[in-house]
Design a protein around this ligand. Structure first.
Ligand code: F6R
Length: 240
């Protein structure tokens, strides 16, 4: 695992945007695995700026997002479809985009369809990940099987609380999500994980220096061939 510690979140986001842009320049037909959440907003803002400046194009790329809430249709203001349109898709030349459909009649069938679509596309080339304060990647909460495929996961209370800021009321935060599995993520050719801020300090330490354990799903990345972890000094404080 390559660990890059930057002085602040701004510089960490610069670094991740550049890693993505560099991959697209050398391999325009990359399958990008994308994440949502507060962490990624700065990354997408930089990629939009780079696109407008003619420094990157997504025209040859395909994207698959990690996850979506069960029950939310694509046009719901809190859906990850909406997040992606607002923060990236509406502003760049990326057209071949995929997310799980949270409003599918049968979420289990939809999860299996999504996994098969990723396999059919040849798996993910560069997978972008955030990190939950509890060590989750995607919505693979602690105790998730380390070889899981795309499926429905029940969100922990702490994850629902962390994401409640996007909803009007805590009760509105969905209880389930469709998420790529840990096994799905581990098939990616390359993984770039971004985390910053004091809230991630314990999860960062457990991911990098803890045992490989389902108690901290991100720790499985220790077993991946090509991982770059990009953090700021605040998130790095728990490292030995
Ligand atoms: C988002 C996702 C999650 C987030 C994580 C961190 O698609 O899969 O794993 O990356 O919860 O979220 P933020 O960035 O809001 O702290």
């Amino acid at each position: 695992v390559k660990i890059l510690i930057h002085p602040d979140a701004e510089r960490a986001a610069d670094c991740v945007a550049e890693l993505i842009a560099a991959r697209l320049r050398t391999e325009p037909a990359t399958n990008l695995g994308l994440a949502t959440g507060g962490t990624m907003e700065a990354v997408y803002a930089r990629l939009i700026a780079a696109y407008r400046g003619g420094q990157v194009s997504f025209a040859g790329a395909t994207s698959f997002n990690l996850d979506e809430y069960v029950g939310l249709p694509p046009d719901h203001p809190c859906s990850y479809w909406r997040y992606m349109r607002e923060h990236l898709f509406d502003h760049v030349d990326l057209t071949d985009t995929h997310l799980p459909h949270g409003d599918a009649a049968d979420a289990e069938v939809e999860a299996a369809r999504y996994e098969a679509a990723i396999v059919a596309a040849g798996d993910i080339g560069l997978q972008l990940l955030g990190l939950g304060a509890n060590g989750h990647i995607g919505f693979n909460e602690p105790t998730s099987s380390l070889s899981s495929l795309t499926r429905i996961k029940t969100l922990t209370r702490s994850t629902r609380e962390a994401n409640a800021r996007y909803f009007e009321r805590f009760e509105d935060v969905p209880r389930h999500a469709i998420t790529m599995g840990i096994g799905t993520i581990m098939r990616a050719d390359e993984v770039v994980l971004l985390a910053y801020g004091a809230g991630k300090v314990d999860a960062v330490a457990a991911m990098i220096e803890g045992p490989v354990s389902a108690a901290c799903p991100a720790s499985v990345l220790q077993m991946h061939r090509k991982v770059t972890v990009v953090i700021d000094e605040a998130a790095a404080k728990g490292l030995k």
